[in-house]
Write a protein that binds this ligand. Structure first.
Ligand SMILES: [Zn+2]
Ligand SMILES: [Zn+2]
Ligand SMILES: [Zn+2]
Length: 377
């Protein structure tokens, strides 16, 4: 029974060092989470909002769509003219294609993993315009009339000449101008020993052309070093076990209902500000309406099991927010060391392969806490 540990018992022990956690203080300091308006999220908690409930079937549909992709990855589509990033697959499940927070929620649920897809270099003056292209200029006269010259070598006979002497226009039937043998495989039979540029206007030959980026919409060049970066992300399916995913969404819905039954405000994927000033996204954040005590509930269902790194990701918000109670619930296996770590840091670990048992154990826990505080329903 982890739900019944006395709180003072846990607090007295949590000063000892856990070597694998590292300096949490430094993590907290360095963590640069964008801070949205905390007032807004508090207001939301207090006003019993109509929460947009993530429907299990929607997430399951998305997983099924992503499973059809070879690389199991949701990639962004970039509209260079409009300067917008969207994910077309979202329209298959009835979501807006630019609903990035929907995908981010699935990341915090452990279903998707977020990776950098690319860094676009955009115009520093017009950063909302994504369409810039590269331009080459002659370093002497600044003309754009620059041609690329290559030396080609036919490896078999050693003949070296400028690329224009080799006629590769007919790919099926290229012939070495020296030995007149047929060149079947360009990659294998031809070496490129040298490459340079020539300006057609001033006839200057040079190794490196001047490279500029061109802001297409506003028709001006900018220096490559002055460009701004726009990062786009792709989302890889992490957990393809559909039953886990539908368990997670069902558990979430049940737990929110349960907390509200005990006169708590409860919010899904809530943004909560910690002592450090950083904001953390909490799967379920509950606040007692009678005592103002708060509870964080984390849900980690994954076929690989729950390990210490999952615990570390919970510890950061837990220590920063410092709620009255923290629960970690899972239907997955719990790896060695996790239980001790949970005990040490006062996290109540509830695991059971049967999700209805999880709900009843959380109910026992909240009800005991509730009775101790003399709460009224
Ligand atoms: Zn521009
Ligand atoms: Zn020139
Ligand atoms: Zn040859």
């Amino acid at each position: 029974m982890f739900g019944r540990k006395s709180n003072s018992d846990q607090k007295s022990k949590s000063d000892a060092k856990f070597p694998h956690i590292g300096s949490l203080a430094s993590i907290l300091k360095n963590e640069s989470v964008p801070v949205p308006n905390i007032l807004e999220s508090i207001l939301k908690v207090n006003s019993e909002p109509d929460l947009p409930k993530p429907s299990p079937s929607k997430s399951v549909n998305l997983i099924q769509e992503v499973q059809k992709f070879d690389d199991k990855t949701i990639k962004p589509f970039i509209d260079y003219a409009e300067g917008s990033i969207f994910y077309p697959v979202l329209s298959n499940i009835g979501e807006r294609q630019d609903n990035i927070s929907y995908l981010d929620d699935l990341v915090s649920d452990g279903i998707l993993a977020k990776h950098i897809y690319e860094k676009l270099i955009v115009c520093p003056i017009h950063p909302t315009i994504f369409s810039s292209s590269m331009r080459l200029y002659c370093p002497k006269c600044h003309s754009m009339n620059v041609e690329k010259l290559n030396l080609f070598e036919h490896k078999k006979c050693g003949y070296i000449a400028e690329s224009k002497n080799f006629n590769f226009s007919n790919i099926e039937h290229s012939i070495c101008p020296s030995c007149l043998k047929e060149i079947k495989n360009f990659e294998k039979e031809i070496r490129v020993p040298a490459m340079w540029y020539q300006c057609e206007d001033c006839i200057e030959k040079f190794d490196n052309a001047v490279i500029k980026l061109h802001c297409r919409k506003h028709d001006h060049d900018f220096d490559t070093n002055s460009g701004k970066f726009i990062t786009t992300f792709c989302y890889k399916l992490k957990n393809s076990d559909i039953s886990n995913i539908s368990d997670t969404t069902q558990i979430k819905d049940e737990l929110v209902k349960l907390l509200r039954g005990f006169n708590f405000t409860a919010e899904l994927n809530s943004l909560v500000k910690g002592k450090s000033g950083n904001t953390h996204e909490i799967p379920i954040f509950g606040k007692s309406k009678s005592t103002d005590d708060s509870i964080l509930i984390f849900i980690k269902n994954q076929s690989t099991g729950v390990d210490e790194s999952d615990m570390n990701s919970i510890l950061i918000p837990k220590l920063d927010i410092d709620p009255k109670n923290t629960l970690l619930v899972t239907v997955s296996d719990v790896k060695e060391g996790v239980e001790n770590m949970a005990k040490h840091y006062g996290i109540n670990l509830i695991y059971d392969p049967d999700f209805s048992k999880i709900i009843s154990r959380v109910e026992e826990f909240v009800s005991a806490w509730y009775v101790n505080n003399g709460g009224r329903k």
